[in-house]
Write a protein that binds this ligand. Structure first.
Ligand code: IMP
Length: 473
């Protein structure tokens, strides 16, 4: 076990499992304060971050979302209850935590209010103290969602008859157009503006006139956008959310200075990062850990531990290159066994073998200090398992470097390593050493190639189905 780590965990004890990663504790002026942790996806999303965030929440005081919007979907299973969260940090499910939606997030207030109501109706309290929303987070407006969908329609038929077209396969939650407005500046609306109806109305008069014309140009045949109606509706949302809307940047700095430990909850994943993912088939935010400083206002070093989350195989939703994709029986089998359907859109996910070139790259970009390997149980029953540790490019060269660009990655062919599979079901394993030898061998190979310990292995959705340890000495 590496020095400075404490691997016993409150929830782990409750669940009678061996433990899950805990943050390092920092010595500061002779006072030991808890450390900060970031949880980030190392593939194309849906790695199971929600479960890890949920497990780590017990050891942190503050849980922060820093990027993305309702395109993300975290499913957390607690006992018989299943929670699907899109905008609320999953820490909201644990009592006594402060949850923060940082300035880097784009917020659909309607969706957020629906989520808050849904959680409250299950007896979980959400109030001005435990949910802080950045006044500088940008608002997803209805025209952003229409624009997103219309652009996807136009792009999917842009190269008629010659394939799937140019669409990205977005979640149609208005994410791209909202971030585009943020960068474009003049038309952007921030959460802080929703609490001033007259100001909002004035801004919307200009915005709606131009947006209506743009939507028409994209083939949307609808009534022109009505600034008065939108101002009424969105100021209404602002009124409801007002107790939560605040300057989260100062709040986070205050909490950090006061010794509170912070857990950063990444949404989407590193390979979807706007700068470092498989551009242009990415989302529109920095969803690697590089998004943390900008999306929260907290400067580096923001975390002592960075837990990179990966599945034991690979999935992707939407378009874009996926070198290890299996389109036949193997992909179907993984999809069925892993229930690989989108939390946000319900779309079947594309499935394939583990691409460790990609994981190693993401771990590098994110500065991961350890790995959580999720859904290992899904691989039970395969005679053989394949791992990709390098690519062969179209000119015959072999590389172990990822290509974070769609055009370049399309020419990458996986070079496979074949490892023996295991027949036993492993979902009720409670000790890592009880895993079949072949499963331990699989984990060991992941650690060798990525160069990081897999301190957490998940063999099912429940908190109890979590194993600690590493193959490393
Ligand atoms: P957008 O974020 O809706 O613009 O979608 C851009 C791309 O990112 C699409 O391929 C989506 O399927 C993908 N994407 C966005 N968020 C997630 C996520 O949380 N999990 C998996 N894929 C995502």
């Amino acid at each position: 076990m590496p020095p400075g780590r404490h691997w016993t965990h409150q929830i782990a004890h409750e669940c009678k499992i061996a433990g899950v990663p805990q943050p390092r504790h920092r010595e500061n002026d002779n006072v030991t304060t808890p450390g900060h942790t970031a949880v980030v996806g190392l593939q194309w999303g849906d790695e199971g971050k929600g479960k890890v965030v949920d497990l780590l929440t017990a050891d942190h005081d503050v849980i922060v979302r820093y990027n993305g919007g309702a395109n993300a979907g975290h499913t957390v299973v607690i006992g018989d209850e299943k929670y699907a969260l899109h905008l609320l940090p999953s820490g909201i499910l644990s009592g006594g935590k402060i949850c923060v939606i940082g300035n880097g997030v784009v917020i659909d207030p309607d969706t957020l209010l629906g989520e808050i109501e849904g959680i409250r109706s299950r007896g979980i309290e959400i109030n001005a103290e435990n949910l802080l929303i950045s006044d500088r987070a940008h608002v997803v407006m209805p025209y952003h969602k229409e624009h997103d969908a219309a652009l996807e329609r136009v792009l999917s038929s842009a190269v008629e008859g010659s394939g799937p077209g140019l669409s990205i396969g977005t979640t149609r939650r208005g994410i791209g157009p909202t971030y585009a407005d943020k960068v474009h500046r003049s038309f952007a609306i921030r959460m802080g503006e929703l609490t001033d109806k007259e100001h909002l109305r004035e801004r919307l008069k200009v915005i709606c006139a131009i947006r209506s014309r743009e939507l028409n140009a994209l083939g949307v045949e609808a009534e022109p956008l009505d600034p008065d109606e939108l101002a009424e509706r969105y100021a209404g949302f602002g009124e409801l959310l007002k107790p939560h809307i605040t300057d989260t940047v100062y709040a986070l700095h205050d909490m950090r200075r006061d010794g509170k430990s912070i857990l950063f909850e990444g949404a989407n994943a590193c390979l979807l990062d706007i700068d470092h993912g498989t551009f242009p088939y990415v989302t529109s935010s920095n969803c690697s850990t590089l998004g943390i400083p900008a999306g929260t206002g907290l400067s580096a070093p923001f975390a002592d531990e960075i837990v990179g989350i990966m599945k034991a195989y690979t999935t992707r939703v939407g378009a874009g290159p996926f070198p290890t994709e299996e389109t036949g029986d193997t992909g179907d089998r993984i999809r069925k066994r892993g229930n690989e359907y989108g939390t946000t859109t319900g779309r079947p996910r594309r499935c394939g073998w583990l691409d460790l070139v990609a994981v190693r790259y993401s771990a590098m970009i994110c500065g991961a200090t350890s790995i959580a390997c999720m859904l290992l149980d899904v691989l039970s029953g395969f005679d053989e398992l394949k791992i990709c540790s390098s690519y062969r490019l179209s000119d015959g060269t072999v590389t172990d470097r990822f290509i974070p660009d769609a055009r370049g990655l399309l020419q990458a062919e996986p070079i496979w390593e074949t490892l023996p599979g295991w027949t036993e079901e492993i979902d009720d394993t409670t000790d890592r050493s009880d895993l079949p030898t072949e499963a331990l061998g699989y984990l060991e190979r992941i650690e060798e190639i990525v160069g990081l310990p897999t301190y957490l292995v998940s063999v099912g959705p429940e908190r109890t189905q979590t194993l600690e340890g590493t193959c490393r000495a």
